[in-house]
Design a protein around this ligand. Structure first.
Ligand code: SD4
Length: 331
């Protein structure tokens, strides 16, 4: 059972983000810890693996590159890393042992590309980018996405590492079909960036919920759910149980709330609260986790989650930080 945390108590904390003590000790002096500071350029992404991904994206931004290129290059780092068990190569398979990937990318002008249920391609974000750049469509799925990738020269490879295969074999002993979310603090990477020109962009890539049903697609490749960008306002991305984020159009809501004047932090909080209201009493509530991060077009940022354990990485001219998100529930 989880204990309800009073929203009012949390809001008394204002926009402050909790920062891990170890990170705090290493923070450069003068770096603000508020979740609403920021500037241009800036990149922010979900979870610990966001640190390495942001470092790559930062190279693009610092050199004066576009946000859309930064968010594509950045998330390729965890996609290729077999130790990141929830993204790309090395990701946990579905319950039948297939690694199936979802990814999307979106620019400030609403240009968008996505792939879902894609197999055998290590960098789905690159395929999503080409869907955006080279087709009249927004999303390709399954075999069609794979065919497109093949035509574009992508190499097909086995993405199921020995380690993930062993974990799957172990899981099969129990065959508990509950999708597992947020294991070991590693998960989907969602990345948001604002470049020197003030343009925002977002990307999101994942192997989805471990042991999911074959064919299941989460929120990550769905525009408005796993990510959303409106160049006049800002951008948002989500992590956690994709079904809950899809049901509530999570990232679109965060951006719309910012349009109506909320700070990124408050918008993430309100969207999380809506998910809480919609899901309280549902069977999946006991294992439900969702987290949002957002930036606005001034370079302010924030993050928030339903339960403890979500963190996000930020990289700007002051350096790199990892911040623990404020959350709704004490577990
Ligand atoms: C999904 N949202 O496929 C992704 C997985 C995730 O934290 O982010 N888990 O539902």
């Amino acid at each position: 059972m989880t204990k309800r945390r009073d929203f009012l108590k949390i809001s008394a904390l204002g926009g402050l983000a909790f920062v891990s003590n170890s990170i705090k000790a290493n923070m450069p002096k003068g770096t603000g810890f508020t979740a609403t500071n920021g500037g241009k350029p800036l990149v922010i992404s979900t979870w610990n693996h966001g640190l390495a991904a942001n470092a790559k994206a930062w190279e693009v931004l610092e050199a004066g590159g576009h946000a859309i290129d930064a968010v594509e290059k950045g998330v390729m780092i965890p996609e290729a890393d077999p130790e990141v068990r929830s993204v790309g190569y090395g990701g946990y398979p579905d319950r039948d042992g297939n690694v199936t990937l979802d990814a999307a990318i979106m620019d400030h002008d609403a240009s968008t590309g996505a792939v879902s249920f894609l197999q055998g391609i290590k960098h789905p974000i690159n395929v999503a980018r080409l869907v955006m750049d080279k087709t009249p469509h927004v999303m390709l799925t399954g075999e069609g996405a794979q065919q497109f990738a093949r035509e574009q020269g992508f190499k097909e490879e086995n993405l199921l590492t020995e380690k993930s295969k062993q974990d799957w074999e172990e899981w099969k002993q129990k065959s508990d079909y509950k999708p597992i979310i947020n294991i070991e603090n590693h998960d989907t990477i969602g990345m948001l960036a604002i470049d020197k020109e003030g343009k925002v962009a977002a990307s999101c890539t994942t192997s989805g919920a471990a042991w999911k049903m074959h064919g299941r697609v989460g929120d990550s490749p769905i525009v408005g759910a796993g990510l959303f960008v409106d160049g006049e306002v800002g951008a948002a991305t989500a992590t956690g149980l994709g079904e809950a984020v899809i049901r509530t159009a999570g990232s679109a809501i965060v951006v719309e709330l910012m349009r109506n004047g909320m700070s990124p932090f408050d918008a993430c909080k309100e969207a999380t609260h809506r998910i809480y209201k919609r899901h309280k009493g549902r069977p999946e509530f006991d294992y439900l986790q969702v987290g949002f991060i957002a930036i606005n077009n001034k370079g302010e940022y924030g993050g928030y989650s339903l339960r403890k354990g979500f963190n996000f990485a930020v990289h700007d001219a002051n350096g790199a930080t990892l911040q623990d998100a404020i959350y709704h529930y004490e577990e």
